[in-house]
Design a protein around this ligand. Structure first.
Ligand code: ZN
Ligand code: ZN
Length: 399
């Protein structure tokens, strides 16, 4: 039953939210089984696809609800972060022919074209945020199963629902809304838990919160999305993280979040706080430079200095230990030229040529100067190779 005072201890992970919507909490990320309240045996759709390794668990619960061999009519994605598509590969294998839908602007990250902007651990706020540097951000490739949601706002497999573009947390983020009773599946546009905090994530204490900060690259868009969702005055909000909330408490907290978004949700500092990452239908176009704490930069410089001294010292030691005969021989033949590998510490080092592809050595700035070319819709082997190479390129060039 719905409550605004639930916690992890009081709420089973697999739990009905309202008729026609059942949630599964996959460790810390939610996914939803949606169907018509008049037909509880299905047809049905899956909204989001959990963490990596959860495909069997998701299917097992689907069988509990809809019986064996009852694949969904579709899988809908609020967005493509790893905690919402983690089990998708396994599910697609088990359910051949089931289509996947996401917003047009989310497709580059689901078709191998572009990486997401890097997560931003510098927003602080808690353990989940600090750990975010390690979260996967590489593009997934679910071609040919993934396609764009219908432009008319309808939701495949879910009559009576519509999708709403709610960007900010990701560029093609969407929420799903059942209009007649105002049930909202909001993905990560906002959450009902303090998702950045390890403690909040563990207890699942309910409170309306902004989108998970470490993964949000556009705070102005995120605020506009929360304002839009608040104006829709949902009766129930089932989000990507946290236990669903409802009624006046939900609407009051959501209205407050919208009104004071910059004060309570937007981090005080962070890579995307003063300036957003930008993207278009071809994926990420630009990312602002990373925020480096001065003491961290100092530590890095000190590390490099210590490393350089150690290398020089090691080189001298080696020289000292070399047998005399060898030293004499060297003295006669090759004293004048330093080997290229040792030339770096001279005052005028010899020009070094990169041996790999030049993009590996370019500074990040070069990336923003080179807009992505729209990807052709063909999927020949050559195209795929090109796209794979480009994905790596985009990922590698992030500082
Ligand atoms: Zn997310
Ligand atoms: Zn999430």
């Amino acid at each position: 039953m719905l409550s605004n005072e639930a916690t992890r201890a009081s709420t089973p992970a697999f739990n009905p939210v309202v008729p026609g919507l059942t949630m599964l909490r996959d460790v810390f990320a939610n996914l939803y089984y949606a169907f018509s309240p008049d037909q509880p045996q299905g047809p049905w759709v899956l909204i989001d696809a959990g963490l990596p390794g959860s495909a069997d668990k998701i299917r097992r619960h689907a069988e509990e609800l809809f019986g064996a061999d009852n694949a969904p009519a579709a899988i809908l994605l609020t967005h493509g972060h790893f905690d919402h598509v983690g089990a998708l590969d396994g599910l697609l294998e088990a359910w051949p022919g089931v289509p996947v839908y996401a917003h047009q602007l989310e497709l580059p990250y689901l078709t191998g074209v572009s990486s997401y902007p890097p997560p931003d651990p510098t927003v602080g706020c808690g353990m989940m945020a600090y750990l975010s540097f390690a979260y996967p951000k590489h593009p997934y490739d679910f071609r040919p199963r993934v396609q764009a949601l219908p432009a008319d706002g309808s939701v495949p497999g879910l009559p009576g629902w519509r999708w709403v573009h709610t960007p900010g947390h990701s560029f093609g983020h969407v929420s799903f809304f059942r209009e007649h009773d105002k049930v909202l599946v909001a993905g990560d546009a906002f959450t009902t838990v303090f998702a950045e905090s390890g403690c909040g994530t563990y207890t699942q204490k309910q409170e309306v919160h902004g989108p998970p900060a470490y993964f949000t690259p556009d705070w102005d868009a995120a605020r506009a999305s929360v304002e839009l969702l608040a104006r829709m005055e949902p009766e129930v909000a089932a989000t990507g993280h946290g236990i669903p909330m409802h009624g006046t408490t939900l609407r009051d907290q959501l209205a407050d979040l919208a009104a004071r978004f910059d004060e309570v949700a937007r981090p005080r500092k962070g890579r995307y706080v003063p300036q957003p990452a930008t993207a278009d239908a071809g994926g990420v176009r630009s990312v602002p430079p990373p925020v480096v704490k001065p003491w961290l930069a100092g530590l890095a410089v000190a590390g490099v200095a210590v490393g350089a001294v150690a290398l020089v010292w090691a080189g001298n030691e080696k020289k000292k230990r070399r047998p005399k005969a060898l030293k004499d021989q060297e003295g006669k033949s090759s004293r004048k030229e330093d080997s290229p590998s040792r030339a770096w510490y001279r005052d005028n080092p010899a020009e070094q040529r990169a041996s790999g592809p030049d993009w590996q050595y370019r500074r990040p700035g070069a990336y923003t100067d080179q807009p992505n070319q729209p990807q052709s819709s063909g999927s020949s082997y050559a195209d795929r190779q090109y796209s794979d190479q480009r994905s790596r390129k985009i990922e590698t060039q992030y500082p």
